[in-house]
Ligand binder design. Structure first.
Ligand SMILES: [Mg+2]
Length: 303
């Protein structure tokens, strides 16, 4: 259980204050520390971002207010709760902090019981929010991202690829003859098949920015930033092979004695420009239809 401990980042220009807070909290939380606002921003965007930030207000260079403003301006750090820690105890300061999006206040000198209680409240709230977000963006059956998450990512990656003039590949994946599979083997086996295919597909792309999501029913979708026609074809062929090699028996398929998939791909690039992300999806869908028409168990790039 120790590895699931929440992480608290303590930011204060005085190491003695950091030590005082850390000694109160280290039994219950993983502690990160920073003596400067810039360092706090950097740690908050890192791999192991904190679940809560205790932020001193009076610091040289970037003060706590400015640090908080920047945290709340950034999409990746916005949802991390901030508790201001301050010797200033005027209502005006407290109001300013809360207006910047801080969640709470702790005043110096510290009252240990109050520090622990306020930290616990905010951390619990954050962990609940994390769980709800995770549930709502993940497909319950296959445990890969769902369509809602995919649509968010597609919008982001579409904007990024346009901004940076980079290509973006989208693959639509469909399990061949899934209806007869379900009809003959039952829905339990159908669900198990979906889970196995999802996990096999997910293991193919290797970059952190690549995304495999369940689009609905027996359909999956793959988003590959900075990927050209050849790259998309390469990933698609690896996915076809990954599903074939699961060797899930399918005696009611006229394609193969085991479960197979068909894939349609489309690229957004200078050579193949599309007016919108929706058009990229449509192009991939048309290619998928073509792959089915051509006999399934194959990849078809956009025509
Ligand atoms: Mg200070």
């Amino acid at each position: 259980m120790s590895e699931t401990r929440a992480t608290v980042l303590i930011v204060d220009d005085q190491p003695t204050n950091i030590h005082a807070l850390a000694s109160l909290l280290k039994a219950d939380y993983r502690i990160l520390t920073a003596t400067r606002g810039e360092k706090a921003l950097e740690l908050s965007q890192g791999e192991q971002a904190p679940d809560l930030i205790l932020l001193d207000i009076v610091m040289p260079d970037m003060d706590g207010y400015e640090t908080c403003r920047r945290l709340k301006d950034n999409e990746t750090t916005r949802s991390i709760p901030v508790i201001f820690v301050t010797a200033l105890d005027h209502d005006k300061d407290e109001e300013q902090g809360l207006n910047l999006g801080a969640s709470d206040y702790i005043s110096k000198p510290f009252n240990p019981a109050i520090v622990r209680a306020r930290v616990r409240n905010q951390v619990n709230l954050k962990l609940k929010t994390n769980m709800l977000e995770k549930i709502s963006l993940q497909d319950g059956l296959t445990e890969i991202p769902n369509r809602r998450y995919f649509d968010q990512k597609l919008a982001e990656e579409w904007a990024r690829s346009s901004r940076n003039d980079q290509s973006l590949a989208l693959l639509m994946v469909d399990i061949d003859q899934f209806k007869p599979f379900n009809d003959h083997y039952g829905h339990g086996a159908g669900d198990e098949c979906l889970r196995r295919v999802a996990q096999a597909l997910r293991r193919v792309p290797t970059r952190a920015t690549d995304l495999v999501a369940r689009y609905g029913g027996e359909e999956f979708v793959v988003l590959l930033p900075e990927t050209d026609t050849r790259g998309a074809q390469h990933v698609a062929q690896a996915m076809l092979e990954a599903v074939r090699s699961l060797e899930v028996t399918h005696d009611y398929s006229d394609v193969a004695p085991h479960v197979t998939i068909s894939i349609g791909g489309a690229i957004q690039s200078r050579q193949h420009p599309k007016p919108s992300a929706e058009d990229l999806k449509k192009a991939a869908d048309t290619a998928l239809y073509q792959a089915k028409t051509n006999g399934r168990n194959r990849y078809q790039g956009e025509i």
